[in-house]
Each structure stands twice: as C-alpha cells, then as structure tokens.
Ligand binder design. Structure first.
Ligand code: GUN
Length: 292
C-alpha cells in the first residue's frame, strides 16, 4: 500500500501558490481576494469556510467571509452576489453549500459571474470543462487530479468507477477522468443510488473514487487487488476522543481496503486538503486573469 499523502502534496503546492501570489501582489499592488458567503450555522460548513479563509491568509491572499442568518431571503443574497460581481477588487466568490431549503442553489450558482466562479459550479464553467477549454474546475475533483499528477499515476486506459453523482464531486470527477488529458483518458462508470449490482461495478475498477457521503461504504470485498482508491468522504461523528469533539470518517474502510489497494488516500489528510489547494489555485488564476 502506498499513501496518497494530501498533507505533503498540499503543502508543496501551497508553497508554489504563495510565491505566485507574492509576485502578483508586487506587480498589481493588491492581493488576490476571495469572498465566501456562508448562510446559517451548519457545523460542517462553518469548519470548511474557516479553513478556506485561514488558508487564503497562509498563501498571502485577502479573504472576506460574509455571513447571513439562516432566514436571509433569496433576493437579498442575489443582490449581494450582483454587487460582488461588479467589484474589481474581488477575484473569486463562493457561496458555501448546502443552502437553506427556501433558497434555490441553481439560481444562486447562475447569478455568480462565471469569471469569479472559483468553485467551478456555473454551467458555463461546467460546459467548458467538458470541452477541455480553459475554465474553473470544481475544487475537489481539481485537487484529486493534482494529487494523481503529483504521484505520476498513469490513468490512461484504466477503468475508473466513481461512486456518487453529486454536482460538486461525482459528476465533474467523471468528466475529468474521461477527458483526453493527463491524468484522464479513463473508461469511466458513474454510479449512484439507482445503480444495479454496485458491488460488481466497483470490483471491476482500477480506480475507485468514493464520493457518496456514507461512513465506510466501500469495504474490502468491493475492491480489486491493487486498485487505486480515492476517498472523498468527510463524515463527521461526535467523539470524546478529539479536541474538536468530532471525528472524521471516510467513505472507505481504510484499515481493510488499504491491505488490497496499490494507492489510497487517508481521511483526514487526503482529499480534504487537496480541495483547499484546488480553490486557492482557481482564485489565483481568477486574479491573474489567465482563465478569462
Ligand atoms: N459544500 C461542500 N463542498 C463545497 C464546495 O466545494 N464549495 C461550496 N461552495 N460548497 C461546498
């Protein structure tokens, strides 16, 4: 078993981003600037946004967290997004998901100027990604591709099975792995809650991406010998063992699956850290104007 070490890879790439941000600031007289909108007080979302903000500071970006009460109206949120779209001192804007039920996430996503959509969720970015054109790639799949690239893993011709078809991870991941790119050039199966014979599908995979959001869903009996296993799960459970009061579990039963896999990501210390890197890279590109 070889570890796909998110701690090591993210630290290395963040060092590069920091140097590039410093060059950008010296040239332009301002720092790359990311704004994150957070609605309500979901514990997971608060943790993720705080981590995004902290990492912006670490690499020399400016970051602003705008918080709204859970009762904020859709119109209020849309008005704020339109204001940010017009602000030349803001490069990237993300609205943390999930949103409360009375707010339509599709409407919010499409209101964000695609040139500031560093989450890569806008249909223009999604379409351009599918065509292999310059765009913002969703942070988690982007981070996974950077991880595979870092370790020089040859994915061409391999059978990849993605478990979970979310807009944030599973669907864009399936597009990236199938693209004519490196990493990429996989034969991809995108599985979901209605997939028949899921176990057999996953067993046939050379590369498994588990993005279903269920603790230890992928067990050793579902994994082929020497498979490459990417665990996107961040399942939080209350625990007295940790300082934070929470313990994180992946979608993969690491202890058993790691005995069979050739490469595997740990949780924590794997994909989660790479997601931050994907977001920081997109924000830097937005500031530099290299995508749009
Ligand atoms: N919720 C879970 N992951 C993400 C993400 O990458 N971006 C946003 N905006 N919300 C999320």
């Amino acid at each position: 078993m070889n570890l796909l070490d998110g701690k090591l890879v993210s630290a290395k790439i963040k060092e590069d981003i920091k140097n590039e941000a410093s060059a950008f600031t010296a040239k332009s007289g301002r720092k790359p600037h990311l704004v994150a909108i957070l609605v309500g007080n979901d514990g997971g979302s608060e943790t993720y946004v705080a981590s995004k903000m902290r990492n912006c500071e670490l690499v020399g970006f400016e970051s602003t967290n705008i918080r709204y009460h859970v009762d904020v109206t859709e119109d209020e949120l849309i008005a704020k997004i339109k204001e940010i779209n017009q602000d030349p001192n803001i490069d990237g804007l993300i609205v943390q998901l999930p949103l409360p039920k009375h707010i339509d996430p599709e409407k919010i996503t499409e209101t964000i100027d695609h040139r500031k959509d560093v989450d890569g969720f806008h249909p223009i970015n999604l379409g351009r990604m599918q065509r292999n054109l310059p765009c913002f790639i969703p942070a988690t799949p982007y981070g996974i591709m950077l991880m595979l690239e870092h370790y020089g893993i040859d994915t061409a011709g391999k059978k990849a099975v993605v478990v979970g078809r979310s807009n944030i991870v599973g669907s864009p991941m399936s597009i990236l792995l199938a693209r004519n790119s490196n990493p990429g050039n996989c034969t991809v199966t995108l599985t979901h809650s209605r997939t028949a014979n899921l176990k057999e599908e996953v067993l046939a995979a050379d590369i498994i991406v588990a993005a279903i959001g269920r603790k230890h869903f992928v067990t050793a009996d579902m994994v082929k010998e020497d498979a490459i296993v990417i665990d996107v799960g961040i399942n939080r459970e209350e625990s007295t063992e940790t300082k934070s009061g929470f313990k994180l579990y992946g979608d993969v039963d690491f202890e058993e699956v790691s005995k069979k896999s050739s490469w595997i990501t740990p949780v924590p210390g794997g994909v989660g850290l790479m997601t931050i890197v994907g977001l920081l890279k997109n924000t830097l590109e937005a500031a530099k104007g290299t995508v749009y």
